[in-house]
Design a protein around this ligand. Sequence first.
Ligand SMILES: Cc1cc2nc3c(=O)[nH]c(=O)nc-3n(C[C@H](O)[C@H](O)[C@H](O)COP(=O)(O)OP(=O)(O)OC[C@H]3O[C@@H](n4cnc5c(N)ncnc54)[C@H](O)[C@@H]3O)c2cc1C
Length: 521
Amino acid sequence: MTVSRRDFLGMVGMAGGSATVFQMMTVMGLAAPSTYVQPKLGNEGQGKKILILGGGLAGMCSAYEMQKAGYEVEILEFNARAGGRVWTLRGGDNYTELGGFEQTCQFDKGLYLNPGPWRIPHVHQAYQHYAREFGVKLEVFPMINHAAYIHRKSGTKERQGALMVDMQGHVSELLAKAVNQNALDQAMTAEDKAKLLEALRGWGFLDKDYRYTKSLATSLYRGYERDPGARLEPGTPSTPLTLDAILKEGLWSNLNDGLSYEFHSTIFEPVGGIDAMARAFEARTRQFIKYRSKVTSIKQDDAGVSVTYQDLATNTTKTARGDYCICTIPLSILSQIPLTGLNSKLVDGIKKVPYAPSFKAGVQYKRRFWEQDEQIYGGVTYTDQTMSLMSYPANNYNSLGKGVVLGAYMFGPDAVRFTGMNPQDRLKEVVRQNIAIHPQAEKEFDNGISVGWHRVPWTLGCYGLYNDQTRKDIYPTLCALDKRFILAGEHTSYWNAWQEGALLAAVSAVEIIHKDAAQRS
Ligand SMILES: Cc1cc2nc3c(=O)[nH]c(=O)nc-3n(C[C@H](O)[C@H](O)[C@H](O)COP(=O)(O)OP(=O)(O)OC[C@H]3O[C@@H](n4cnc5c(N)ncnc54)[C@H](O)[C@@H]3O)c2cc1C
């Protein structure tokens, strides 16, 4: 029997799900790991001006690619810096949130918090392309750290590696039992059964009787009570968690976090702070950016787009005009700006995308106790406290000075609750919860800073939220060119909430405009 490629992929899909199919297609050369294709525009943009609203990654990437093709470009950016959500807070930085709370970052030199983006998946090929082109150095971000914890308010605190091995061991033992009791006879041949038993023994760390037990053999995977040493010290076996203990508190649930496609190894972070990519784009587009320019109205006519903006430095109202406009202002802000001459369905759609509330706190501790006392180097600890997770610095390992951890990162109602407090009280609560995981945190606390994204004046939310219905009803209109006006930004991609989405959206906007301009001339 011959099997077509399509049939083969269908079979793989049934066995392993769509992620497996995707990987298999990649191996067979049928799918690329990203939709990113480097734009090739030629040099026909002369004599046309592109007005770009917002100087985040999408805005700067649009400008960078369009000016290469000969277009005149101008960016209007609200802040005194470019980069938007690609932002790093360092000692001396000031931040005032909506409502007036002002914080000054007090981290020591060389330490920082990435309050927004912090991780770069290897599959984000647009990002990787620009990192290569601009020489942005990346270092590995260990998304899964077997030494980090799963923590519960009850006081339970387990190393992720041991937990993973225990879960795999218990499930394998159960399945081996079912096979040996002939419970799967209808589904399997005798040969399949033998192969499965052999696999379960290896994959589940089972003994010769297909049992997952306390032994030096299982400790080789889950870790020891006392590690092996020199000469006559083989190590002391550790006691596996019972299946009941794992299930009772749902300890397994956080193990899946690192398995989602975007978190597959290898994950990166730029050396020195996430804003390295923003700085790289800014260095190449600075001459086109009008900083501290707050767009206050947008009007399209048949020949182009006019914008009024407030020059925040001089407090005067000014205007700008382009033959085309690429608007990357987050929809949470754009929905409050008067829009004239745009398709009414587009105006309506802009108002229908909610933005996620989210909260992050960075805490400087006087000593890197997570490394020195607990051998945790980078990665993420998960907890059922409202702080949700804690992430350890993935750089300068074993340095003897202070260190900054991501002390809390959550979405939804807990994020809103935290920003309901003043910055000092938020920090107290974050540290109180950190202490429940690491008692050393009490003595070692130094200072900290927090950002609630729904209170950031220039974005009012973490990212645009879609559901199946809005993707179907609104999203295609948000993606389309409306005469001379087009949206770009993470919210016009399927990688929304990622820098990759902002870059892909920018590159596609550039190509759409370039094609339209060529057809008109
Ligand atoms: C908490 C958090 C975690 C994240 N984690 C990751 C991650 O780990 N990895 C990753 O790759 N991505 C992550 N992201 C997503 C990533 O930050 C965004 O997808 C990306 O930065 C969006 O870029 P953008 O250009 O579309 O929008 P923005 O960066 O928001 O740029 C829009 C620009 O418009 C400007 N603007 C707003 N209003 C006006 C106005 N009226 N006039 C003029 N200008 C205006 C803003 O100042 C801003 O500079 C995260 C984001 C957040 C908030």
